[in-house]
Ligand binder design. Structure first.
Ligand code: ADP
Length: 490
């Protein structure tokens, strides 16, 4: 079914909206912002409840203290007016009335028979009142209770005889707490305004702080966007925080590594083109010179064609070496590891190279100190060691010698390739493992070198997590040592 243009637009729009939402939800700024708000706003919300409850409790205690002060005095005076163990309250009625009015409450006096003998409301006079507070009062304790639902506090105070200190009655005072609740409401309103103000402040602070936090990331992104195919000429500097400084340093290091890599890649490509072009140029010169001459004798044809064949052979060798190098550069998935008898592997290499050595009367000797079985990629290790032995023959004098030795311990095996050939000058030793590096270009080319042999050998050994080293003295000879783990580590 064909989708109309309008429909497409809508779908695209929805997709973009969805992507934008996804980006927003994943943003670090949003996460930190939410965290900030939670940390800042939750205590502000909790603070309100505890502040209001605390205010109410304190007000009730204060009200209780005020009632106690006034009523203790009244109870004491009632106690001193007791005659024959009988509580008389006639003289206190007016004072009780005044107190009741003052605290918008009610005062009740209960005698030792739990009978109400005075009630400022006049409602329960003569009735029996037995409550927990009254009983506590007869035990000599005064008590204060707060009824939040019905909004009042109640204070019960024992009335004691002056002589003998017997409890002859209990004075029960109750007072409304409506005013306290009104004050609480008033406070609540103020606290809500304060809360809104504080929350706004937290939101603004969170927005500002998260903005500062993600700024360095934006800076990095902008710098990266600035790399337009090439590399930054200047270092990226973000000294605002220790973390951003660490980040910028790591970033600069990475850029430098990438630049070095890019340089070496470019150099490699130009070397490859140059190396591949040289045999072709020679072939062209040889062919052209034959074509330009009339009546060329067959011997000359033969001679030139032999030279052309040699150049083709050379081109072939360079291509093969390049392929070997490229293969070695690829990931570890190309490695075929299996337990291999290293002694036999080296014997085979020597068997193949012996005729070449014999041509120049060079002696090839192998010392196998111990039998070695190791987990290696047979083809790649053979290539590496062959290159070392070939070099020891190639860069030797006629009638010279090449000594090989194999040894092992519990962790590694060691191969040493030693010759008494022309040696390598000190200054060149650190470069010989580089691709296309040759100490003496024309000599190397003459004897069929491509400048890739040691690079291949080094890559193969490194791939086995091994180490290759060179010791050499010009005019005396060269020794290559190789150390490879017996067990292959991924
Ligand atoms: P090539 O194909 O030219 O031999 P290599 O990468 O194998 O390239 O070696 C690099 C250079 O190191 C050689 O050109 C040579 O100058 C020097 N070299 C390598 N092995 C030896 C050796 N055993 N004795 C002296 N020089 C050597």
């Amino acid at each position: 079914m064909l989708i109309s243009g309008e429909n497409m637009k809508k779908k695209l729009h929805r997709l973009l909206e969805y992507k934008g939402l996804k980006r927003l939800l994943k943003s670090m700024r949003l996460h930190v912002f939410v965290m900030f708000c939670l940390i800042g706003i939750v205590p502000i919300l909790l603070m309100k409840a505890s502040l209001l409850n605390n205010f109410e409790d304190q007000s009730v205690i204060q009200r209780g203290d005020m009632l106690r002060n006034q009523c203790n005095n009244l109870a004491d005076r009632m106690g001193s007016s007791v005659t024959d163990g009988k509580l008389e309250i006639e003289g206190f009625a007016t004072e009780m009335e005044q107190l009741a009015n003052l605290y918008s409450g009610r005062l009740v006096v209960v005698n030792s028979d739990f009978k109400i003998i005075e009630d400022t409301y006049g409602l329960d006079l003569g009735k029996i009142l037995v409550s927990e507070e009254v009983l506590k009062g007869f035990n000599g304790e005064s008590s204060l209770t707060h009824d939040k639902e019905r909004r009042f506090v109640e204070l019960a105070i024992p009335v004691k005889e002056v002589v003998g200190k017997n409890v002859v009655g209990v004075l029960v005072v109750s007072s409304e707490t409506n005013d306290i609740m009104q004050n609480r409401e008033e406070l609540n309103r103020k606290v809500v305004i304060l809360q809104i103000g504080l929350m706004l402040a937290v939101l603004i602070a969170a927005l500002y702080a998260t903005g500062i936090l993600v700024k360095p990331f934006r800076k990095v992104a902008q710098s990266l966007d600035g790399i337009d195919g090439g590399f930054l000429e200047e270092d990226l500097l973000m000294l605002d925080y220790t973390e951003t400084q660490v980040l910028s340093e790591a970033y600069n290091r990475m850029l430098r590594r990438m630049k070095t890599l890019d340089d070496s890649r470019q150099e490699f490509v130009s070397n490859v083109s140059h190396e591949l072009k040289t045999p072709i140029t020679s072939m062209k010169v040889l062919a052209d010179s034959l074509l330009m001459q009339e009546d060329v004798p067959p011997e000359l044809y033969k001679e030139f064609l032999t030279d052309i064949a040699a150049e083709i052979e050379r081109e072939n060798k360079i291509i093969n070496d390049l392929l070997a190098l490229v293969k070695m550069d690829r990931s570890a998935s190309d490695v075929h590891i299996c337990p291999t008898n290293i002694n036999e592997l080296i014997e085979l290499i020597l068997k193949r190279l012996r005729p070449i050595a014999a041509k120049r009367n060079i002696e090839l000797v192998l010392d196998s100190y111990k039998p070695v079985i190791a987990e290696v990629d047979e083809t790649k290790l053979t290539l590496a060691l062959s290159n070392l032995v070939e070099n020891a023959i190639k860069y030797n004098n006629d009638g010279g010698w090449v000594h090989l030795s194999i040894n092992t311990d519990h962790k590694y095996f060691y191969v040493k390739v030693e010759d008494n050939g022309i040696g390598i000058p000190q200054a060149d030793q650190e470069h010989i493992f580089e691709r296309f590096y040759r100490v003496d270009k024309s000599h190397s080319r003459e004897i069929g070198g491509t400048g890739l042999g040691l690079a291949i050998a080094r890559n193969a050994i490194l791939m086995h997590r091994g180490v290759i080293k060179v010791y050499s003295e010009e005019g005396t000879g060269t020794t290559f040592t190789v150390r490879v783990p017996l067990i292959y580590a991924e």
